[in-house]
Design a binder for this molecule. Structure first.
Ligand SMILES: [Zn+2]
Length: 353
């Protein structure tokens, strides 16, 4: 009940701040802030047609959102936004658009849109697809489900996997019947032995006639794409080598995933990345060792996927972001960017999560 009331209060407040002069008032009174938007793909059937819709935003919707936000805020990269916050200078609040992983559509569909608007962005690169031509298991999993049923996927997976515990869990999920994609993905993401999972999902995809190398070429950018984006002023940040859940790795493996991703970018692009994004980004996906790994690798800031905005007082290695996808509530985003939620936080009221 309490949660439901909070959701109603949040929605009403967001609409007041987004659509009335109250927003101009909170924008002036709340501290200067950097609101960071987090997406993955701009909808582009050729390159990301099979991805779930919570990973995509339609180009027209994104354009309208950015045009609206720039009325109150400067559009910046994360690195530039953090620099301005740290400087302590007065000035307009800021919005940074970020896109995770490094998808092909970021060059094909997002870049023309940004150039048209004269807007920057920060794109976080998972480097294995660019270096090895291999996507991580989750995209192969989604493509398998385009080609067959959940039941058949599990049957085929069980024929390849030697991870007995995961086999039992997957059989259990299947018996449950509902929200199968989410539940299967959760078991594979957090509970399966990673090497056995990667090998088994790939074997299923190949048994269904899928081509992992073709998938990578279609879905992810290559280093030429990355260079072209960097040349237009888009910031490229780190997102590890393989996009593992960092909290499931030892401190040493976290360091190599984070540090080697940054080194791969330096080798291919010739510059040191400043900004970093924890893969998946929820509080249980990263830990103190991940923060230390990001800092020690040389990054200057790191983003999570927890909702909120950022001020000069926010820990640079625990930056908050607002997810954007096809169903994103633009009033909530506008309210955060106009300082509506931050102004309330000043009184100890947090409606944002
Ligand atoms: Zn990611």
């Amino acid at each position: 009940m309490k949660h439901r009331l909070k959701l109603i209060a949040r929605s009403v407040w967001a609409r007041l701040v987004a659509h009335t002069p109250l927003g101009a008032w909170t924008n002036r009174r709340a501290p200067r802030r950097l609101t960071i938007l987090a997406g993955h793909c701009v909808t582009c059937d050729v390159h990301n047609g099979f991805l779930p819709k919570d990973m995509k935003i339609e180009g027209g919707k994104l354009r309208a959102l950015l045009e609206r936000l720039r009325r109150d805020c400067d559009l910046v990269t994360v690195a530039e936004g953090m620099r301005r916050l740290a400087s302590g200078e007065a000035g307009r609040s800021m919005v940074a658009l970020t896109m995770d992983d490094g998808y092909k559509d970021n060059r094909v569909a997002l870049l023309p849109l940004l150039q048209d608007l004269g807007a920057p962005a920060t794109i976080y690169l998972e480097t294995a697809p660019l270096d090895d031509g291999r996507v991580n298991w989750s995209h192969e999993f989604f493509l398998c489900l385009e080609k067959t049923t959940h039941e058949d996927f599990v049957t085929r997976y069980l024929s390849h996997s030697r991870d007995a515990e995961t086999r039992a869990k997957l059989a259990n999920v299947l018996a449950g019947g509902e929200r199968l994609t989410y539940l299967l993905k959760r078991v594979l993401k957090y509970e399966a032995d990673p090497e056995d999972r990667d090998r088994s999902v790939r074997a299923v995809l190949e048994s269904l006639g899928g081509d992992p190398a073709e998938l990578c070429r279609t879905l992810y950018m290559d280093w030429d794409d990355a260079r072209a984006l960097a040349e237009t002023g888009i910031e490229l940040g780190g997102h590890t080598v393989h996009h593992h859940v960092l909290s499931t790795l030892s401190p040493e493996r976290q360091r190599s995933e984070v540090g080697e991703g940054r080194a791969a970018m330096k080798a291919a692009l010739g510059f040191d990345a400043v900004s970093f994004a924890y893969p998946f980004g929820r509080a249980w996906d990263w830990n103190e060792h991940s923060v230390a790994a990001a800092r020690d690798a040389g990054f200057e800031n790191a983003v999570t996927t927890h909702a909120g905005t950022n001020t000069a007082r926010t820990d640079p290695f625990r930056l908050k972001r607002l997810m954007i996808d096809e169903d994103a509530d633009t009033a909530l985003i506008a309210c955060e960017a106009r300082g509506g939620f931050e102004w309330l936080r000043g009184f100890g009221v947090d409606l944002s999560e």
